[in-house]
Design a protein around this ligand. Sequence first.
Ligand SMILES: NC(=O)C1=CN([C@@H]2O[C@H](COP(=O)(O)OP(=O)(O)OC[C@H]3O[C@@H](n4cnc5c(N)ncnc54)[C@H](O)[C@@H]3O)[C@@H](O)[C@H]2O)C=CC1
Ligand SMILES: O=C(CO)COP(=O)(O)O
Length: 413
Amino acid sequence: MASLAPFKKHKVTVVGSGNWGSTIAKVVAENTAAHPDLFEKDVQMWVYEEELDGKKLTELINEKHENPKYLPGISLPKHVIANPSIEDAVKDSTILVFNLPHQFIKNLCQQIQGSILPYARGISCIKGVDVREGEIRLFSEAIGKELGIYCGALSGANIANEVAQEKWCETTIAYDPPPVDSQAPTPARTPQNQSPSASHVDLSKLDQHKDVSGLPSKIKLKPLPAEFHAIDHVTMQTLFHRPYFHVRVVDDVAGVSLGGALKNIVALAAGWVDGLGWGDNAKAAIMRVGLLEMVDFGKRFFGKTIQTKTFTEESAGVADLITTCSGGRNHRCAKMSAVEGKSIAEIEEREMNGQKLQGVSTAEEVNNFLKSKGLEDEFPLFTAVSKILKGEAKYEDIPQLIEPKTTDAHAEA
Ligand SMILES: NC(=O)C1=CN([C@@H]2O[C@H](COP(=O)(O)OP(=O)(O)OC[C@H]3O[C@@H](n4cnc5c(N)ncnc54)[C@H](O)[C@@H]3O)[C@@H](O)[C@H]2O)C=CC1
Ligand SMILES: O=C(CO)COP(=O)(O)O
């Protein structure tokens, strides 16, 4: 009897090497080593090249197996290969993990069009939204459209330094590709290729798809050649789940992406009230209003597919809001800015050593979008943050700015 050819392994590239990019490269590389049946061991990590103490950052990473600028003090597996050429780093990879500050993704996608496998699949770890000409898109959608591939999302309460130190946390992956014309058969899971950690995934749901593909309607998702293991919930969980990084896989790409993007706006307000010394009650009020605006925003502009429970039940929702409003960089810099009376840009430049805050640009982008729709008043906290950043309001005005408008009846009472 003819024996079956072994399945081809997935090659994984992490596009980005900042604080979170390097951490995710570590997570993924530990799993490629742990699952040699599914993945090629080496993980390419694209690095935006720069010099540190007269040496190239890529050379330092490959010599020391550490990213001394963006993730100092953490050992990276030796098979994380820092690569300054984006075209070379993505070549032949079936799984592309996008993990860089959102302002850089558009240029990067333009650079790699034509260099990636047409049947590659992506996961965006980016926290931000893409606003252009009055339209708003998730980065998973933007990447999918630029590259003609399907892209899901990973987001959660995941302060990178804690994950890198292997302190336990949860994350959420949203992965829901549309059906393809000739889907490669999903190979049977054997004890060898079944991750034990994947056991809580509801396998009966793997083939259910909704209509958000992140792909232009003209472009059809290219089927993965039959010699590869299917890239499904189980594969994604096997790639990202670690004993210290627990993954839940869901279908709600919009909910997962928006939770990660919008909580950064809320974290700025939380940082300001902390900086003013207003205490935990005030911060809780900011988080309550922020969560409501996050859900409302999702429902109004991504209503077809979004699920409220993603914001309230998943790590990518309320848990990420809580952690970012306590220990995130956006919160920290906003707090310092209120304490010192300096602009956030000044604090970012001084404190972050090249790391990029995402909340300031997201607040501006979301505000531009809301303004174009005439809906600023319906999102008073998001609008207050934007006004404060522009110098049109003060931190101390937040309670009044987010107070619901009283009706005449209430006003008279
Ligand atoms: N750091 C964290 O704790 C977490 C971050 N995230 C998200 O992950 C995404 C990536 O953030 P980090 O890895 O933390 O980045 P980072 O803020 O630590 O680092 C900045 C990165 O941008 C790169 N860069 C600078 N100029 C560039 C250019 N012109 N083109 C391309 N790249 C350039 C730098 O080389 C560096 O890798 C963001 O959307 C962030 O919100 C998500 C969860 C946790
Ligand atoms: O997204 C984060 C934690 O989940 C990190 O937030 P900051 O970018 O504010 O550090």
